[in-house]
Design a protein around this ligand. Structure first.
Ligand code: FE2
Length: 420
């Protein structure tokens, strides 16, 4: 069974990454950051977590307002560094943990925390700023795998502090019920006090920051009661992102030991670190986690006995991501024109495996479904290639169009091809 080795919290201001990239370790203005981060780095070295669940907010880099979600779980295989306006920092991508992510997703949804899911997106300074300093790398390989949880705290209404705290408690159940024997650290970032917009820019409140560090350790339930406005008044408007720390805190036991904490205010943002470990609690009987996994399995129980039925889940989504992405691009006129003009050239230039190219080339409709392509991509490919939905349905059933149409009340054919 997976176990939580502790909780870490840190600010994620870009100054940390900047100081690291500019080798400012010995610069008197920046040295205190590195000094404060060192024990946390050491903690990661000692605990060697197999995975970290990392709670942060993106800064309108990879998550824009065309689709903004409250809680977005990373399910992907890898996360590269985002370009935030200059160019990406020179850091290798970090490996994800799709299996752990899939379990966490299923567990949280079972506990009524419905999520969004993402993959194929780079992460901005919300992740790479503190983690470039805290996590070791061996060449291109980071010391742990990552399951990121992006919290939409920038476009109101946003989740309440209480919702974050409750999500943390559900996250604990999710991690501890994961059947693999791995160690997991829960990391939350953001804050502390700062405001970066409007006439209020430059606001800080070190006294409140100190109080917050105490309360998150010993009295998180009180912090969970506070409103966004109360957080903003005490810690600056953008400082209110510290509600994300309550997710980490909720994932720990009621009583914790504070093994490290630091605070430094160099410029705009109070830079803090915090490491908490669970105080020894009696082991939770195996039956509790088994019961929870039973509840997780309940919704799709028996689906495997339905002939010709293939639920599109996170495992399928990750496995078939490239081919689904290629077929999804059929909604772009330029992509489909290239495909129609020279299919082989389009396939050759795409990020696809030979097996995936072949499935498309042969219009292997049932094969694509078995592989993990969702039906609605077949529908798009059919529309582009002048084939009706009914052809696809018949092919998936292994029947001729004529035979399949005989099973319908009306013998009509249609597709989603629009004006074509
Ligand atoms: Fe932030």
């Amino acid at each position: 069974m997976a176990r939580i080795v502790g909780g870490v919290a840190a600010s994620h201001t870009p100054t940390i990454g900047f100081a690291y990239d500019q080798n400012k370790q010995d610069d008197p203005s920046w040295a205190p950051i590195f000094k404060a981060f060192e024990p946390v780095q050491q903690w990661f070295r000692e605990k060697k977590p197999d995975a970290i669940v990392y709670i942060f907010n993106d800064h309108v880099t990879s998550f824009f307002f065309d689709h903004y979600s409250a809680f977005t779980l990373g399910i992907g295989e890898e996360y590269p560094v985002a370009d935030e306006g200059g160019s990406p920092r020179a850091l290798p991508p970090i490996k994800g943990d799709p299996k752990l992510a899939a379990h966490i997703a299923a567990s949280l949804v079972t506990d009524e925390f419905d999520l969004s899911y993402f993959q194929d997106k780079p992460l901005d300074h919300g992740f790479f700023s503190p983690m470039s300093v805290l996590l070791d790398r061996d060449g291109e390989q980071w010391a742990t795998r990552l399951v990121p949880l992006q919290v939409g705290v920038l476009q109101f209404p946003i989740p309440t502090a209480m919702r974050c705290y409750k999500l943390g408690k559900a996250l604990r159940r999710a991690i501890e019920s994961y059947p693999a024997d791995i160690s997991v650290a829960v990391v939350s970032t953001g804050g502390l006090s700062h405001q970066v917009h409007g006439e209020g820019a430059g606001f800080n409140n070190p006294a409140w920051d100190a109080q917050f560090l105490d309360a998150i350790t010993d009295d998180p339930a009180a912090l969970a009661e506070m409103t966004h406005a109360e957080y903003a008044r005490l810690g600056g408007f953008e400082g209110a992102e510290v509600i994300m720390w309550l997710i980490m805190r909720g994932a720990l036991s009621e009583r914790v030991e504070r093994v490290h904490s630091s605070y430094y205010l160099p410029s705009m943002t109070g830079i803090a670190t915090l490491v908490l470990e669970n105080e020894a609690a009696g082991p939770i009987p195996d039956g509790v986690h088994e019961r929870h996994r039973e509840r997780i399995a309940e919704q799709l129980r028996g689906i495997e006995t339905m002939p010709g039925t293939y639920p599109f889940d996170i495992a399928a989504s990750v496995k078939a991501y490239r081919i689904n992405k290629y077929l999804h691009a059929m909604i772009d006129p330029a992509h489909r024109e290239r495909f129609l003009a020279d299919e082989e050239a389009s396939l050759a230039g795409a990020d696809l495996t030979d097996e995936e190219r072949d499935l498309i080339r042969r219009r292997d409709w049932p094969g694509m479904i078995h592989y993990g392509v969702i039906f609605f991509m077949l529908e798009k490919l059919a529309a582009v290639t002048g084939i009706s939905n009914l052809h696809v349905y018949a092919a998936m059933r292994g029947e001729t169009l004529e035979d399949f149409l005989k099973t319908r009340n009306t013998q009509v054919i249609y597709s989603v091809a629009g004006k074509r």
